[in-house]
Design a protein around this ligand. Structure first.
Ligand code: 2HA
Ligand code: ZN
Length: 271
């Protein structure tokens, strides 16, 4: 059995959390990541018959029975993941009952997975139905995206349109747009259901006055989606109170989307 601290999936979690912390997105215990792993890759590092303990999830994830995830821990700080992965991360498998997580590694201090597990697992279920290659759900508190939710209308079309307008590449990176939820209480099944509903249409879901969710087929794609939104939101916050001399017009957004042969949200343009 190989040492799990050398596993590529642990390394990817360390790198992602460290990057996000240093970008200033994940203060204190802010943010969480879940990453669906392949059974055969985990079996190189862990005895899959050895369950350390079981933890109730509080909701039914029957569609994910037997699936294994590496997940950031509740109350744990992104800045500490790279220093002590076994304390701050856990590898869990959804048990036969669909409502229990079997801990295979991690949460060494008796801890458990992120309080946002409902939003993560419900999003995984929806995104896997859209794309069997889907793997990662990431939640974070990027500063400018969050700032933008204070001053911008919280509507899918309006928000996506403003972000697309900020830089040419945005429509190329997320032609499917951004879903937006109003302020809601976090950490419960209700926000999980609302997030997953948006994930039927989008890989990006903004939580008004809280943060953002991204979903993708690997860590780079998911991180890249969020950092592109954040870059555009930063541009918006830099220019929103100045006269706009130039803008990317809707005909030009259409031109870019067509030049790249993309299926995009045509109904989000005013043409
Ligand atoms: O895990 O970000 O939304 C801490 C959070 C909750
Ligand atoms: Zn959060």
């Amino acid at each position: 059995m190989k040492d799990i601290l050398t596993a590529p999936f642990v390394e990817e979690m360390k790198r992602a959390t460290a990057n996000m912390y240093r970008l200033g997105w994940d203060e204190r215990n802010g943010g969480n990541i879940s990453y669906l792993l392949k059974e055969e890759e985990v079996a190189e590092y862990l005895d899959l018959t050895h369950v350390i303990r079981t933890i109730p999830t509080g909701f039914d994830a029957s569609k994910l029975i037997g699936k294994i995830f590496i997940v950031t821990g509740t109350g744990k700080y992104f800045k500490n993941v790279e220093v002590d992965p076994e304390l701050n991360l856990g590898v869990i498998r959804i048990a036969e009952d669909g409502t229990t997580a079997e801990l295979l590694w991690g949460y060494r201090d008796g801890g458990k997975f992120t309080s946002e597990l409902p939003a993560h697992l419900m999003s995984h279920i929806v995104r896997l139905e859209k794309d069997p290659a889907h793997r990662v759900v990431m939640h974070t508190h990027p500063t400018y995206t969050l700032a933008m939710t204070h001053i911008h209308e919280l509507d899918d079309k309006a928000f996506t349109h403003t972000i697309w307008e900020m830089c040419t590449e945005c429509i190329v990176v997320f032609p499917d747009g951004i879903g937006v939820l109003p302020w809601m209480v976090c950490g419960n099944n209700e926000i999980g259901i609302a997030t997953a509903k948006k994930m039927e249409e989008y890989r990006l879901v903004v939580w008004g006055l809280h943060g953002i969710y991204g979903a993708g087929k690997d860590m780079d794609e998911t991180f890249g989606l969020i950092e592109t939104v954040e870059k555009a939101a930063q541009l918006y916050m830099l220019i929103c109170n100045r006269p706009h001399l130039n803008t990317i017009r809707d005909e030009e957004l259409k031109e870019v989307a067509e030049a790249f042969g993309l299926t995009y949200r045509k109904d989000f343009l005013n043409l």
